[in-house]
Ligand binder design. Structure first.
Ligand code: KIV
Ligand code: ZN
Length: 530
């Protein structure tokens, strides 16, 4: 390995797998494909596209991403499918990723006694045999196999080393050491991995990977410690989403290596200028907003409030800034369209933002653009991004909001009437009242569709600053025993809320149908994503 190669850290993105399994997130295939495209623009090395055995939806999305990845214009990342150490899981993952130019099967089984005894009700010997068989089976389908001893940081190190040794003997090409419950500390994790290198001589011939959860807020610090111990793949997710407190945040890892390459001597091939956009896309499609003070991608990450700091930055940026906002793509795009801009200008602007929109999709985008441009003087790159992402959401939605009317007053209860297109194409209407205009619209949608959905969360944000900013709403509801989220964007907040609500309904109904088909996705997820 050349020195530069030995310093290259592979970015393994698990936004679409560990991230997507966060409560309330329910991305459809079109949305997952859009995220995968953007991850490719960001230059990640591996996209973990999902857990194919979990549900037909998951399988279809991994398969679609595997196929699309061969045409990604930037590069063709490895596409990984997750599988428990069981033959049906491995076969499903193999089928799902087989059309990718660079397919990977990622198989895992726990090595901690807590998991072996209480979850698997098994023995160390049996688990080791299962790991061996799983890797061998995976290798019969693909050359690129990753093996993870789950809950490794709470497991006996000697035993985990034995399991990793058999995985390497059977042909694993990456060994990933998960801190599944976010329990370890940087010094402990580094020492663990250094000892593992001593106990498993075969590790020198494969890639060592880190996968850290953020339960104690140490996911990035632990991942970094793992890299210092010699790991050269880091598993992370955009905006740090993932099980419970989430995974190590991709943007923090990438910018840490980018900014402090001097200290660690490491580098990635990530295109840092795509970070801000990727973060916005994932936040928008998942409904998981980014906290304002979040490192790198928070709204305030590059804002200076105190007079002393502002004074310093005005005189010399480096007085209080360690990174340049443009290096993550902020303010990189000053593009603005107005109400006189035509279809060609919109197409060109979207292409500059990385969206190849043509035909019917362009017509729909243009119609929405005109509606917005009529109400808003300037349509910025951020507005266009929000608009195109919003259109994506309807691609697989089974319910669509056609129109609404609300009679709102502070002197009597609001009255809403809505028209919704049903999955069978019929348009139905319903009217109801509520605590406020938004509540009345939600209840009217329930009446129109005949669905008994209960609102659990509702949030409104603005896409950009300014009085005429687009409103972006996020809804989490429960329907048919399923919890699902939906988002909507419009200049009118009630319209955005109605759009979000019917999309959440579509997601809940889709999840309920998958469960009814006998595929207990939740149970499968429970095993896979501790
Ligand atoms: O956290 C974990 O252990 C995982 C494994 C499936 C790698 O997500
Ligand atoms: Zn995980």
């Amino acid at each position: 390995m050349s020195t530069t190669e030995s310093q290259h850290v592979r970015i393994f993105d698990t936004t679409l797998r560990d991230g997507e399994q966060s409560p309330g997130i329910s991305l459809n295939t079109v949305e997952k494909l859009e995220i995968a495209h953007q991850l490719a623009r960001l230059g990640v090395d591996v996209i973990e596209a999902g857990f194919p055995i979990a549900s037909p939806g998951d399988f279809g999305a991994v398969e679609a991403i595997a196929r699309a990845s061969n045409d990604f214009p930037t590069h063709h990342p490895v596409i990984a499918g997750l599988a428990r150490a069981q033959a049906p899981d491995i076969e499903a993952a193999a089928r799902a990723v087989r059309d990718a130019e660079r397919p990977r099967i990622h198989t895992f089984i726990s090595t901690s006694d807590i998991h072996i005894e209480h979850q698997f009700r098994s023995t160390r010997e049996d688990i080791k045999a299962q790991a061996r068989a799983a890797v061998a089976h995976a290798r019969s389908f693909v050359e690129d196999v990753e093996f993870s001893p789950m809950d490794a940081t709470r497991a006996d190190l000697q035993y985990t080393a034995e399991v990793c040794t058999v995985a390497i003997e059977e042909g694993a090409t990456t060994i990933n050491i998960p801190d599944t419950v976010g329990y370890t500390t940087p010094d402990e994790y580094r020492a663990y991995l250094e000892t593992l290198y001593r106990l498993v001589p075969g590790l020198d011939g494969v890639v060592l990977s880190v996968h850290c959860h953020d339960d104690l807020g140490l996911a990035v610090a632990n991942s970094y410690a793992g890299l210092l111990a010699g790991a050269r793949q880091v598993e992370c997710a955009i905006n740090g989403i993932g099980e419970r407190a989430g995974n190590a945040s991709l943007e923090e890892i990438v910018m840490l290596i980018h900014t402090r390459g001097d200290a660690c001597g490491l580098h990635t091939t990530a295109q840092t200028r795509e970070i801000a956009r990727t973060s916005r896309l994932v936040a928008r499609l998942t409904g998981y907003v980014v906290q304002p003070n979040k490192a790198i991608v928070g709204r305030n990450a590059f804002a200076h409030e105190s007079g002393i700091h502002q004074d310093g930055v005005i005189k010399e940026r480096s007085t209080y800034e360690i990174m340049d906002a443009t290096s993550i793509g902020l303010e990189a795009n000053s593009l603005v369209l107005g109400k006189h801009s035509g279809r060609a200008a919109l197409k060109q602007a979207l292409a500059e933002l990385g969206f190849a929109v043509d035909g019917q999709a362009l017509n729909t985008a243009f119609k929405r653009f005109k509606e917005i441009a009529d109400k808003k003087k300037h349509v910025s790159a951020m507005d266009l991004e929000a608009l195109v992402t919003d259109e994506l959401r309807d691609a697989l939605a089974s319910y669509t909001l056609e129109w609404f009317e609300v009679d709102a007053s502070s002197r009597r209860p609001p009255q809403a009437t809505v028209a919704v297109t049903m999955p069978d194409g019929r348009t139905v209407e319903g009217s109801f009242t509520g605590d406020g205009p938004v509540d009345a619209v939600f209840r009217a949608i329930n009446i129109a569709t005949g669905l008994d959905a209960r609102l659990r969360e509702f949030r409104v944000d603005a896409v950009t600053a300014g009085q005429d900013a687009l409103g972006e709403t996020s809804v989490v509801l429960e329907c048919d025993g399923q919890s699902a989220a939906g988002q909507g964007v419009a200049t009118d907040i009630i319209e955005a809320a109605g759009r979000a609500y019917v999309r959440a309904l579509s997601n809940a109904v889709r999840k309920a149908q998958a469960a009814a088909q006998g595929v207990d996705a939740a149970a499968a997820e429970g095993v896979a994503t501790p």
